[in-house]
Structure formats: C-alpha cells, structure tokens
Design a protein around this ligand. Structure first.
Ligand code: SF4
Length: 357
C-alpha cells in the first residue's frame, strides 16, 4: 500500500492554522520500514551487534562484544560538528525537521518510485523512440511519476521536473539501453576492523558500516556507477565531500562482498536544485573511480573513520561552530540550524561571569 500523504500544520500569528509541510511517499514502504535487510546472515548478525553509542569494552546482554555502527550520515555528521554528532547519535536526540529535509524526502520518494515503476513501460518507450514518436515516448516515461493528492509546498515539482529532464535526455542518448537503475535504494552493510593508534597503545576496533545507496547503474562494460541525489545547493567545491560520500558506499559494497554491484568503475551525483541558496546551478557530474582526481578518497575516508573511532575511545566530541557568508553577504552559522544549542557547551553561559558583569 502506498503511504498516505502526511500534512503537518503549524499555527501562525493571530491563531490561524496553516499547512507547513506535506509529505508524500508513493512507495510501498519507507526506508525505515524496510528494516536492516542484509544480504547474508553474518552481516545481519553484525548489524544487530552494533550501536552508534559504542564505548570501549561494551558487550550485549549475553556478554558478546559490541561494534561501533557507522553510516555515511553519521560519519559526515561527525565531520560537521562532533558535539552535534554526540547529541544525535549517542544521546539519540532528534534534530527538528526542516523544510530542506521534507523536500529532500519527498523528491527521493518520487525518484525511488520512478525507478521501480518505469520497468513496466520502458520497453514500450524504447519502441516509441525507435519509431520516431519522441513526444509519446517521453509522455509515457513521465506518466509513472505520480501527482500527490494535495500540492507540494516546497517547490518539489520543479526539482522533480529538472531531474526527469536529465533522465529523459539520457534515455534519448542511450536509446534506453543500460539506462535504468539496477539498484534502487540498495540496503548495504559491511563489517571491518579498524586499527587506531592511541598515545600509549594500538587498538583494533570492530566496526559495522551501514547505509542505503540511492541508485546503481550498469556502466555498459561489466562495471557499475553509484549515483547520489541531493536536493541542496551545488558549488564545485562540493565535489570533494561528494567523492568521500561515494567512497563510503564503495567501501560498503567491497567489504560487504556485494558482487552483483562490483566493480564500481564510476560514481556520480545530481543536484537538480543546485541553484538554491547561492548555489551555482542545477548540475550533475560523473567521475571515473580510477583517475588521480579520485584516488585520494579511500585513504581520506578511512582516516575519517579512524578519527570517529578514536573520538569514541577517548570520549572526545568537541563543539565545532562554523560561520560562512550567505547569498546576500550575511553571516550564517551552523549553530543557527542546530537543535542542540541549549545543551551545547559552546553556548553555555558562565553564570559567574554574568554576575561579575
Ligand atoms: S550548537 Fe553549534 S557547536 Fe553546538 S552542537 Fe550545534 S552546531 Fe555544534
């Protein structure tokens, strides 16, 4: 059963209720409903013996050692602000849901639905294209994108339209061959041992890697292309962090022995709303994973994993506020968008100092 649309009301000035968010997911299940979905019993067991709140020496109820669980989001969250990571993943506190999060979830739900549903019409769309009936072919492909029962509120239509145009252009170039995703929201797991050098000792810490890969495409030559969809702004500087995110996915597939998606020969990202918030433009990029430009990514990602493991061992999660210039030259801070200011040591007021003043 597709999910029912979820509307979130918010009260505005003078007590008037207004619709704030509208969530629409046409898929049978949400990613959360799908559960761990590991492809081997060993990986499922490894997942169940892992926790984000890991501490050295931690065991489960039967006395078995626990592993540190790391996802792409938890790793990048730690890189963004270690204290925010601690609040989110160790204290298990939730960030307030933002418009960006709702928009991203709605667009991802449509893209997931598209790659599942397009299988039913793809062959007919190829026949129409080959017969020179381009408009009908395009209309048929687009018909699998469902309209929500009430209008989107956050500009999702425009983002979905841009994304669809990219898929349509690629369909025309490829004539539909090796065009469709072979992996759609792929649930991936891996278990690795991480060597960490501490001041006086060396530790080997078992880690469980966990994540969903947006889409995987065939490269037409026996290899695979990992694709990540983002609904935020795009600037060329983001390529570095995107490579690291994609390398995390590749590491999961390789260490988890997902042979049906190996080797990973390319990775790609698409930003159909890349123009937003001072971004340059809607953009997508494809990179060969064997070039010098991408060769640093495996070591960088492993170093980032080691830093996170070390922070857990030493219980060191310092707040790291960041500031930058907004699209109109205004100063923005990471803390303005953070739900944890009230508990964050970076914002703690010194009562004695206040009394002295
Ligand atoms: S308030 Fe700022 S420094 Fe503190 S946890 Fe949030 S982002 Fe980090």
């Amino acid at each position: 059963m597709p999910q029912l649309p979820q509307a979130i009301l918010t009260v505005q000035m003078r007590g008037v209720w207004r619709l704030k968010f509208m969530k629409f997911n046409p898929n049978e299940e949400t990613l959360m409903d799908r559960g761990p979905e590991a492809h081997t019993p060993e990986l499922l067991e490894s997942y169940h013996s892992s926790t984000y709140a890991w501490q050295p020496g931690m065991t489960d109820d039967d006395g078995n050692p626990m592993k540190l669980r790391i996802s792409k989001s938890s790793l990048s969250g730690f890189g963004w602000c270690p204290y925010q990571y601690k609040a989110n993943y160790i204290y298990n506190l939730s960030q307030e849901e933002t418009e960006d999060m709702v928009r991203g979830t709605n667009v991802h739900a449509i893209v997931e639905h598209f790659w599942d549903a397009v299988k039913d019409v793809k062959d007919e769309a190829i026949e129409l294209l080959e017969a020179g009936k381009e408009r009908q072919s395009r209309r048929l492909l687009k018909s699998v994108i469902p309209k929500p029962p009430m209008p989107y509120l956050l500009g999702e239509d425009e983002v979905i339209d841009t994304w669809f145009e990219w898929q349509w252009n690629r369909f025309k170039v490829t004539q539909g061959y090796n065009w469709a995703a072979v992996g759609n929201e792929v649930s991936a797991h891996a278990s690795i041992d991480v060597d960490v050098d501490l001041e006086l000792e060396h530790m080997i810490v078992p880690v469980h890697l966990r994540g969903f890969i947006d889409t995987i495409f065939p490269d037409g030559d026996g290899g695979f292309v990992l694709m990540e969809l983002k609904t935020g702004k795009w600037t060329p500087k983001k390529a570095k962090s995107m490579r690291e995110e994609m390398q995390f996915y590749r590491l999961m597939l390789e260490e988890g022995n997902y042979m049906k998606y190996l080797p990973v020969t390319h990775w790609a990202w698409e930003f159909p709303r890349g123009w937003a918030n001072g971004g340059t433009k809607a953009e997508w990029e494809l990179e060969d994973t064997s070039t010098r430009k991408t060769s640093y990514a495996p070591r960088t990602v492993m170093n980032n994993i080691k830093k996170l493991v070390k922070a857990h061992i030493t219980d060191s999660f310092e707040p790291a506020p960041k500031t930058w210039r907004g699209p109109d030259g205004e100063t923005l801070t990471s803390c303005q968008m953070c739900s944890f200011m009230e508990i964050c040591p970076a914002w703690a007021t010194d009562e004695h100092e206040e009394e002295e003043v």
